[in-house]
Design a protein around this ligand. Structure first.
Ligand SMILES: [Zn+2]
Length: 157
């Protein structure tokens, strides 16, 4: 009940919940949500039952693509996506990191062949530690130069 009072209900769209506090704006920008012309509500520093404070993003009239969900998993692995239809949550799922990520972020290795060849970047993704605890370390290994990077190095903070 308290959650419903925090942010206005939407008729149809997507609610990204349990975003770590302070990450909401970054996710908006990363996914270019604000440029799609949809009505967006961002709640920041809301009380969360299990994580202290959280951010929440509501996007009306828009469903997320698989690519977007994968990118979101890199930024906010503890987040949940709620699919809303007719004011009801019709689907709810947690973030799942993809096994691979193709063509989204360039390889940080300036000597990597993928930067100079007409190929998409290609990372193998793995997680060390508890994915839900917030201190898991996500590793991304480049298919071309075979170097392994912490997620932050590839994705940014
Ligand atoms: Zn590389």
């Amino acid at each position: 009940m308290s959650e419903k009072l925090q942010v206005e209900a939407i008729q149809q769209g997507t609610v990204i919940d349990h975003i770590p506090a302070g990450q909401g704006i970054r996710i908006l920008k990363r996914l270019h949500l604000e440029s799609a012309g949809k009505r967006i509500t961002v709640g920041m520093n809301l009380p969360s039952q299990n994580h202290g404070l959280k951010d929440i993003i509501k996007v009306e009239g828009r469903m997320f693509t698989e690519d977007e969900a994968h990118q979101l998993a890199l930024f906010a692995p503890s987040a949940t996506i709620n699919v809303i239809d007719d004011y009801e949550v019709v689907n709810k799922f947690g973030m799942q990191l993809p096994d691979t990520l193709v063509g989204v972020f360039p390889c940080p290795n300036s000597n990597c062949i993928s930067l100079n060849e007409p190929v998409n970047s290609y990372f193998y993704i793995s997680v060390k530690g508890e994915a839900d605890s917030g201190d898991a370390q996500v590793k991304m290994r480049c298919k071309y130069c075979e170097k392994s990077f912490n997620k932050e190095v590839v994705v940014g903070n």
